[in-house]
Design a protein around this ligand. Sequence first.
Ligand code: ZN
Length: 133
Amino acid sequence: MNKIEHIGIAVKSLKNSNELFNKLFGKPHYKIEEVKSEGVNTSFFQVGENKIELLEATKNDSPIAKFIEKKGEGIHHIAFDVDDIVAEIERLKSEGFIVLNEKPKKGADNKLVAFLHPKSSNGVLIELCQEIK
Ligand code: ZN
């Protein structure tokens, strides 16, 4: 596993939160992207070397909608950059982690992604992501 690729934050309104985080960081998001398969709209901010992803649900049964219903807005996941997501999924499975999608799927920002169940990682939802080249 390489560096933290981004931190994902669940928000109720992407529009309101884009304005808020624009004020916080002193610069606007650099992209907005819908991920239909996940039922989310995302926006990305570059902060120095790091990225912040805001996530807004686009439908009621979206995982983000459920997360906000249970826990409210806030940090939703931490994403780590990996070189070989398939190999990393196998490695983590063999270490006892629960992988939510064993077949990597297309995520936002030109990435293949897979998630680890938070119950196997101390309550933290972990995203693995590999840049699609
Ligand atoms: Zn993410």
